[in-house]
Write a protein that binds this ligand. Structure first.
Ligand SMILES: Cc1ncc(COP(=O)(O)O)c(C=O)c1O
Length: 390
């Protein structure tokens, strides 16, 4: 198979041609600054409003509950630091909770908060990569004010019981003196799971354009009306005073279009899931392999396997030489040689975690590509096992 095969959709997705087409005018003729009062500015402002409407419709929230940011990382930072800062100003000494399997865009702000003297708890998942409601209940203290849990994991694809946890928090909030605000990083979930914020019961939700066939460098944060939050970036007061900086008009337009297209491609999810299951079934036939994360509660496009006796890095490079792009650990941190914190958290040894491979599918993945990958993989594993020092 001569062409390159991309099986790393959790790292990023190609920009959909329809998205790109919608963005193009805002690089050219419609280049205005949305803060300008003349026609050029107003055209750009209308385009941003339209994108905000699309995102709000998708999440089932109001338009002024959406803040556009420069990435999901920034949206997560705004949620975590912004809410705790607002509560501290009210004289509250906050305790905040997250899980051990979050993306670094949540984990590192939590670690930083801890350094700044905030009380922090990191909940462990079970061996199948699920954060159980019971663990959340156990972690809650009298001064707990904020819980941040991802909707779907970017490495092992496990889907967390956000709705169940949201309902529980709503129930206890009625009796608590101090309300607990609930944030979810839904970056990997947007194209695959129900993201109606009313059903999920979240106060804040993060999303990113480049994981849903939109451009890189654009994210958004849903902030429920009434949630105490302060900006972390100061300047001209854009985005309701919560994210200063001239808006990335083309990027925001692209995010709006990508969200809209996601609805159009809903019927494609079943096809992707079937390809995923084919990969899981065939790969597990290779001796000494295991699937990481629960199969039943897993994103339709995610396969994460450990292959004993081989290094994930070597496997990834060998597959790349055959024209196949996959990932080992999290793509965002794959330059680090540390074993994945997610795999360690679900109980894998560092050696097992090093031998892991993440295959993620998407809109443009074909059965022919999957078959080619399944033909190449066993031979690559065999060759690497023969020369492996393990
Ligand atoms: C779950 C999750 N959260 C946050 C991010 C960061 O997104 P962005 O690249 O838009 O900052 C990623 C990217 O890998 C992710 O998978």
């Amino acid at each position: 198979m001569p062409k390159q095969i991309y099986l790393d959709y959790a790292a990023t997705t190609p920009t959909d041609p329809e998205v790109l087409k919608t963005m193009m005018p805002y690089f050219k003729k419609e280049f205005g600054n949305p803060s300008s009062l003349h026609r050029f500015g107003q055209i750009a402002l209308v385009a941003i409003d339209e994108a905000r409407r699309k995102v709000a419709k998708f999440l089932n929230c109001q338009e002024d509950e959406i803040v556009f940011t420069g990435s999901a990382t920034e949206a997560n930072n705004l949620a975590i630091f912004g809410v705790t800062k607002a509560l501290k100003k009210k004289g509250i000494k906050p305790h905040i909770i997250t899980s051990k399997i979050e993306h670094h865009a949540v984990l590192h702000p939590f670690e930083e908060s801890e350094k700044q003297g905030i009380e922090v708890s990191f909940i462990a998942p079970n061996k199948e990569g699920i954060i159980k409601l019971e663990s959340v209940k156990k972690a809650i203290k009298e001064n707990t004010v904020f819980v941040s849990l991802m909707y779907a994991n970017n490495e092992i694809g496990t889907i967390q019981p956000i709705e169940e946890i949201g309902q529980f928090l709503a129930k206890i909030n009625k009796e608590r003196k101090q309300r607990i605000y609930f944030h979810t990083d839904a970056v990997q979930a947007i194209n695959y799971l129900d993201c109606n914020i009313k059903e999920l019961g979240v106060d804040l939700l993060t999303l990113s354009a480049h994981k849903i066939y939109g451009p890189k460098g654009v994210g958004a944060l849903f902030i429920k009306k009434g949630t105490p939050i302060k900006p972390i970036i100061y300047g001209g007061g854009h985005e309701f005073g919560l994210r200063s900086g001239t808006e990335n008009v083309a990027g925001i337009v692209g995010l709006g279009k990508a969200i809209e297209l996601g609805e159009k491609y809903k019927n494609d999810i079943e096809r992707i899931k079937k390809l995923r299951d084919k990969i899981i079934e065939k790969v597990l036939k290779i001796p000494n392999t295991r699937l990481n994360g629960l199969k039943e509660k897993r994103l339709p496009n995610n396969v994460n396997i450990s292959i004993s006796g081989v290094e994930g890095e070597s496997l990834m490079i060998a597959l790349d030489q055959q024209g196949i792009a996959v990932s080992t650990g999290s793509a965002c941190s794959s330059r680090e040689l540390k074993p994945s914190h997610v795999l360690l958290a679900i109980g894998l040894s560092p050696k097992e975690a090093h031998g892991s491979l993440r295959i993620t599918l998407g809109r443009f993945t074909t059965e022919e590509e999957v078959d080619y990958f399944l033909k190449v993989l066993p031979n690559v594993v065999k060759r690497l096992r023969e020369i492996s020092p393990f």
